[in-house]
Design a protein around this ligand. Structure first.
Ligand SMILES: *[C@@H]1O[C@H](CO)[C@@H](O)[C@H](O)[C@H]1NC(C)=O
Ligand SMILES: *[C@@H]1O[C@H](CO)[C@@H](O)[C@H](O)[C@H]1NC(C)=O
Ligand SMILES: *[C@@H]1O[C@H](CO)[C@@H](O)[C@H](O)[C@H]1NC(C)=O
Ligand SMILES: *[C@@H]1O[C@H](CO)[C@@H](O)[C@H](O)[C@H]1NC(C)=O
Ligand SMILES: *[C@@H]1O[C@H](CO)[C@@H](O)[C@H](O)[C@H]1NC(C)=O
Ligand SMILES: *[C@@H]1O[C@H](CO)[C@@H](O)[C@H](O)[C@H]1NC(C)=O
Length: 307
């Protein structure tokens, strides 16, 4: 099933890469991330010589594109300090209105040689985020991880589907959302979020393309190292992430991370297979995206092998 490989990306890791003392106590990732044992770990005093700093780089999206996997893999790098939670600072007015000091207070403690990285997938589709991020740091480096837009729609649906099941709310088959009156329901939010060129156009009004590094999410899960090498170069970090930091877990069917003597895998809940989708509807969906991804390829000067 086409969805299966794609769905492997959407994964949350069971544990954070950051040592427990770097984790703001009591915070939970909106994606459902938490410590393997369900606690936030002890909150110790920050190590001497560290401070909290606003991000030098932000993973801006896309939702279900593999942002968690990318952040966790990047966090292997000794010069990276990754924020533990999705902050939603630039896309949610209530948070943005609290100001940059509040934002900084949510960042991990880091050493001067380290760069702070935050990820909030909602930024990519937010109308205000680009302008607000530029107001903070016009030369910030942005990371955008993408997947096949049709696969992304199905993953987006799958996440909502399971969240609703867990909350004991009624669920609808994906076809009910994708089809309205016999035609593709292009107003469905998950479809809107996959129109990458529309969102990208907004970012390019505020940042040059060279400041937005694109990561191929489908490649990242299949073969993480080459994509991470490119990210290291973009962030001007010495290459420190190595093949030995990854091992393939046959049972799970994807890579797990080994670093600092700890092993961790992407969270079960995110490795779920997609529900089957009516083939006719899926073909309609793919056909709909064809001209849109061509626009996107032109805009970014790069082709992705979305099939
Ligand atoms: C949970 O894990 C954290 C971090 O590894 C550890 O410090 C804490 O003691 C654990 N809590 C329990 C209840 O096992
Ligand atoms: C951002 O605002 C939302 C909505 O008010 C809130 O639920 C969320 O917890 C805020 N984020 C943080 C990190 O406090
Ligand atoms: C802005 O971002 C760039 C790129 O990461 C970084 O070199 C610079 O120090 C940042 N400026 C501030 C004020 O944080
Ligand atoms: C591989 O994945 C399985 C299934 O989730 C898990 O039980 C096991 O601990 C993992 N093994 C390693 C070495 O990570
Ligand atoms: C799939 O969807 C098409 C168009 O909406 C419909 O005609 C067809 O009966 C559906 N097939 C199945 C197996 O449900
Ligand atoms: C664009 O994406 C759709 C949906 O994933 C795919 O079916 C189509 O072949 C792609 N088109 C191009 C030109 O890459």
């Amino acid at each position: 099933m086409a969805g299966l490989l794609g769905s492997l990306l959407l994964l949350v890791l069971q544990t954070f890469a950051a040592p427990p003392d770097f984790v703001p106590a009591g915070d939970l990732d909106p994606e459902g991330l938490q410590w393997a044992n369900g606690t936030a770990g002890p909150s110790l005093a920050p190590p001497p010589g560290t401070s909290q700093r606003v991000p030098h780089s932000i993973i801006i999206g896309v939702r279900k594109g593999g942002t968690r996997a990318l952040l966790e893999m990047l966090d292997i790098h000794p010069s990276v300090a990754a924020a533990a939670t999705e902050v939603h600072f630039f896309d949610w007015d209530e948070n943005y209105s609290r100001g940059f000091d509040w934002y900084r207070g949510l960042m991990p403690y880091s050493y001067p040689h380290q760069i702070t990285v935050e990820k909030t997938p909602g930024y990519f589709t937010s109308a205000q985020a680009p302008e607000r991020i530029r107001a903070m740091n016009a030369s910030i480096k942005l990371l955008l991880i993408l997947r096949d837009p049709a696969e992304r729609v199905v993953s987006d649906y799958t996440q909502v589907y399971f969240n609703r099941l867990e909350a004991r709310k009624p669920v609808r088959p994906i076809e009910d959302l994708l089809v309205r009156g016999g035609a593709l329901n292009t107003r469905y939010k998950a479809i809107q979020r996959s129109l990458y060129h529309l969102h990208m156009r907004n970012w390019l009004r505020y940042f040059p393309l060279e400041q937005i590094h694109l990561v191929d999410g489908d490649t990242l899960v299949r073969d993480p190292l080459p994509e991470l090498r490119r990210v290291e170069r973009f962030l001007e970090l010495p290459p420190r992430i190595a093949a030995s930091n990854f091992y393939f877990n046959q049972t799970k069917g994807f890579y797990c991370i080994r670093s600092d003597g700890r092993e961790r895998c992407l969270h079960e809940s995110k490795g779920r297979p997609h529900p089957p989708v009516n083939g006719t509807v899926l073909r309609q969906l793919r056909a709909y995206f064809r001209p849109h991804n061509r626009s996107f390829y032109r805009m970014v000067g790069r082709t992705f092998h979305w099939h």
